[in-house]
Design a protein around this ligand. Structure first.
Ligand SMILES: Cc1cc2nc3c(=O)[nH]c(=O)nc-3n(C[C@H](O)[C@H](O)[C@H](O)COP(=O)(O)OP(=O)(O)OC[C@H]3O[C@@H](n4cnc5c(N)ncnc54)[C@H](O)[C@@H]3O)c2cc1C
Ligand SMILES: NC(=O)c1ccc[n+]([C@@H]2O[C@H](COP(=O)([O-])OP(=O)(O)OC[C@H]3O[C@@H](n4cnc5c(N)ncnc54)[C@H](OP(=O)(O)O)[C@@H]3O)[C@@H](O)[C@H]2O)c1
Length: 505
């Protein structure tokens, strides 16, 4: 009796003579297959969590990760606020995955430009698109292109050392900044704008606050630090089109604003009319967040807090029921002088309430406008289905619709919301769909695939030199040693050229 007759469904047997796996499907049919080769596009949390799950659950799969930049980790490096270093610890898990024998990293490969998705599909059994959301929603109002208006995506990229945002050099010479949108990105930006510059150089360690005021822990770039040290911004308004019960930020981030040294809150009491009465019907996390807002806006602070607020030189405030209508220019029309906001009211209640215009408008004088109304995925390759209405790749549980062998995970799959843990779960789900398709035979593993071999040859022909994970580790070491010199965990390299130079040294 040949070996494979003894095979149980779901188990596989290596037949060294044929260089293939023999498997039995649950319907009893026996088939042979090769070691599955999967490629992932993008090395943010989605890419790494998808790879991690595949490698852990399937003992023979090989995963290649292609990344546009010479450096890995996506928004963990270029999005997460520099004063939240603890969030970046996920990099340790991603590094373990990257160093796994069945995983390879190819940085400096721009999929859609250096190599097409179809070429990847021909070289691999399956392709997972995890390239995130690199665009941003626009307000679509006149004046959006004026000097002094920035997207939060670019502003965040600038202080976090994203090469494409290096030249942004935002003008911080005005007193008032208006941030549109009330999500956690808006709060990150407000905090960075208003933090005492020493706090950005060094993160306060609460347990050591008395003895050692600061520990060195933020990796904000030196140019951003210098610009912020000279910033004239003293007042930041964080504007939402809906009400306090609909804010998109979370309590931890709001509490950081409330406790930010050197600042005091400045809210409009009338915005909170009826909110106390609504508290009882709110789900717990939303209730606690709203209570903190109410306390900050309406309660008379205790003596110590009042003293702290009296000494504050900077203010911040949430402004509700306001939607952007136009960015106003100075008389010479050279740069931002203010913003016109439409006054709104709510239709409906709770999280689903909609903002509708009342017909009234209000002008706010400001020299800086930061639009933080969300990121947006972009199509990278014409062959890939893309839903431009919702700016995602249309999919069912991570399977790209009408594209067998193509999968997606992360923000490209769900849209640009959710923290790293949410992205982890949706990436694990995609990996599970892919594994189910391998198991059920939906994914054809009968033919051997050349994987990175053929792609590397194509890239070489096109003059593209990928950066390996050990090349990235050289960059990492240089950044850390530069950081040490200025008392920071790292000083990021700010151009692709410099990254490539270090990688190849
Ligand atoms: C400003 C900001 C701060 C955040 N802070 C936190 C936080 O403190 N805590 C938290 O839990 N979550 C935070 N998040 C959310 C978290 O960053 C996301 O959940 C997560 O990064 C989404 O992962 P992703 O892999 O889908 O996208 P990304 O992280 O964007 O990764 C996508 C990767 O694909 C690469 N790529 C793009 N195009 C191509 C291409 N053509 N070819 C090859 N590669 C490509 C990109 O370079 C990038 O490396 C924050 C988000 C933002 C925007
Ligand atoms: N520390 C952290 O954990 C952290 C830090 C940063 C980001 N993140 C996560 O990353 C994700 C993205 O964050 P985000 O802040 O970019 O997005 P977000 O949470 O979706 O917030 C977007 C904000 O923009 C507003 N908005 C959208 N379209 C608008 C328009 N046309 N006009 C006016 N306002 C508009 C939204 O208001 P409406 O509600 O009215 O639509 C909302 O206030 C979130 O899940 C966030 O939690 C987490």
């Amino acid at each position: 009796m040949s070996g494979h007759r003894l095979l149980l469904p779901g188990l596989r047997l290596w037949t060294s003579g044929r260089g293939r796996w023999m498997s039995r499907r649950h319907d009893g049919a026996c088939f042979s297959s090769c070691s599955p080769k999967v490629c992932i596009v993008g090395s943010g949390p989605a890419g790494f969590y998808t790879a991690q799950h595949l490698i852990k659950a399937q003992k023979h799969v090989h995963v290649d990760i292609y990344e546009r930049l010479p450096v890995p980790f996506g928004l963990v490096r270029f999005g997460v606020a520099p004063d939240h270093p603890e969030v970046k610890n996920v990099i340790n898990t991603f590094t373990q995955t990257a160093k796994h024998l069945r995983c390879s990293f190819y940085g400096n490969v721009n999929v859609g430009k250096d190599v097409s998705v179809q070429e990847l599909q021909r070289a691999y059994h399956a392709v997972v698109l995890s390239y995130g959301a690199e665009g941003n929603r626009t307000m679509g109002v006149p004046g959006e292109g004026l000097a002094g208006v920035y997207s939060a995506k670019d502003f965040v990229g600038w202080y976090n050392g994203l090469p494409s945002c290096r030249q942004l050099s935002p003008d911080l010479s005005c007193e008032t900044a208006v941030i549109l949108g009330q999500g956690n990105v808006a709060l990150d930006v407000a905090r960075v704008l208003l933090s005492p510059v020493d706090m950005l150089k060094w993160k306060v360690a609460p347990e050591k606050r008395r003895r050692v005021p600061y520990v060195k822990e933020t990796d904000i770039t030196q140019p951003a630090l210098e610009a912020l040290a000279h910033s004239q911004v003293r007042r930041v308004l964080i504007v939402g089109r809906r009400g306090p019960v609909q804010v998109a930020c979370t309590i931890k981030e709001l509490r950081e604003m409330v406790n930010l040294p050197g600042t005091r809150p400045d809210m409009v009491e009338a915005d909170f009319d009826g909110v106390t009465e609504a508290l009882k019907d709110l789900p717990r996390p939303r209730k606690r967040l709203t209570e903190l807002m109410l306390k900050t806006a309406l309660q008379t602070p205790g003596e110590t807090e009042q003293e702290r607020r009296d000494q504050a030189s900077r203010t911040w405030g949430l402004r509700f029921f306001r939607s952007p209508v136009e960015v106003l220019a100075d008389p010479e029309r050279h740069r931002t002088a203010g913003i016109r906001l439409a006054v709104t009211r709510l239709e409906g209640s709770g999280e689903a309430a909609r903002a509708v215009l009342t017909g009234e408008v209000e002008d706010v004088t400001c020299g800086l406008v930061i639009s933080s109304i969300g990121y947006k995925s972009l199509p990278i390759d014409q062959s890939v289905p893309f839903d431009s209405q919702s700016a995602i790749v249309p999919n069912t549980l991570g399977r790209v619709k009408q594209a067998p062998g193509l999968y997606c995970s992360g923000w490209l799959k769900t849209g640009p919301t959710g923290v790293i843990a949410t992205t982890m779960n949706n990436s694990f789900d995609t990996a599970r769909s892919l594994l189910d398709d391998m198991e059920s035979g939906v994914l054809d593993l009968s033919a051997a695939k050349s994987g990175s071999q053929v792609i590397s040859a194509l890239l070489e022909q096109r003059g593209v030199k990928p950066v390996s994970f050990s090349d990235w580790e050289k960059i990492d070491r240089v950044e850390m040693s530069r950081g040490e010199a200025s008392g920071k965990p790292r000083e990021k390299l700010l151009t692709v050229e410099e990254m490539l130079h270090v990688a190849r040294t």
